[in-house]
Design a binder for this molecule. Structure first.
Ligand SMILES: Nc1ncnc2c1ncn2[C@@H]1O[C@H](COP(=O)(O)OP(=O)(O)OP(=O)(O)O)[C@@H](O)[C@H]1O
Length: 253
């Protein structure tokens, strides 16, 4: 098991009226090594809160959170920053590349932060960009390539230090449908060929249908889950059916 989440809660207090909102309310989740899972749920169900806590950007009110057996909640700020840099990779909706750096320099950034040797960095970046079919664009700047190529660069940057877990927040949100499909196929390939463990938050049932398991959350806890056992189009249909139940409030059998 890679990620172990138990009885996770997060309360936000409204400073004006003192009332508490329970964004997470006893959430339990296990993620196994080399899984590709999606998190779905209605607006306000707690997806972003969960992702921020998993990313070490926010602390829960209570609960347990272990990654690779390490209790993330026991780490101090410096230890947590190092733990995040070593163990986690992030892909966001809006790519978050630095416009003053080339694609290759953007991808090298996490390794430069870790003070690795230049030759080692260049070789790893080169291999990664070729694997993601970006070999010809690597000396260009982000504004000189397409949105799909920018997002693939962001994936390369997220994976260059071989994190244990890749966290993706609506990664297809700003992509046209062809680039979205290419990115999802890339996630599947990274998952099956490079043993990447991927946790993706998405509103989009089509994107979710590329993963192996979909966890639906509602009111800050897991409402139901679907494991893929059929073709992608059939799984897509099952996800649509489950979403109707989640929105309607009836737990699946
Ligand atoms: N900083 C905050 N202060 C107060 N309440 C918050 C804060 N962040 C989130 N909440 C509340 O916590 C609940 C969960 O929010 P969260 O953003 O995690 O939901 P979500 O599932 O990501 O929603 P969406 O799909 O709309 O992005 C909501 O009721 C939200 O209003």
């Amino acid at each position: 098991m890679l990620l172990h989440v138990r009885a996770l809660t997060k309360a936000y207090r409204n400073t004006r009226n003192g009332l508490e909102t329970w964004a997470l309310n006893g959430l339990e989740l296990d993620v196994y090594r080399q899984e590709f899972i999606s998190i779905m749920g209605p607006s306000g169900s707690g997806k972003t809160t969960l992702l921020n806590i998993l990313a070490g950007l926010d602390r829960p009110t209570s609960g347990e959170l272990c990654l690779q057996g390490e209790n993330m909640l026991a780490l101090n700020a410096d230890e947590l920053a190092l733990f995040r840099r070593r163990n986690l990779g992030f892909v966001f909706q809006d790519f978050n590349l630095l416009d003053t750096l080339t694609l290759a320099e953007n991808v090298a950034l996490p390794l430069s932060l870790d003070k690795r040797g230049g030759g080692d960095i260049r070789q790893r970046v080169d291999e990664m960009l070729h694997f993601l079919s970006l070999g010809e664009q690597m000396q260009r700047y982000p504004y000189e390539v397409s949105g799909g190529q920018q997002q693939r660069t962001a994936v390369a940057r997220a994976l260059i230090h071989r994190p244990r877990l890749l966290l993706a927040d609506e990664p297809t949100g700003n992509l046209d449908s062809a680039s979205a499909r290419a990115l999802l196929e890339l996630f599947q390939q990274l998952n099956s060929q490079q043993q990447a463990t991927i946790l993706m938050v998405t509103h989009d049932p089509f994107s979710a249908s590329y993963s192996q398991r979909v966890v639906f959350i509602k009111d800050g806890r897991v409402f139901c889950q679907l494991q893929r056992s059929s073709s992608q189009p059939q799984f897509f249909q099952s996800i649509l059916d489950a979403l109707a139940h989640v929105e309607g409030g009836h737990e699946l059998a």
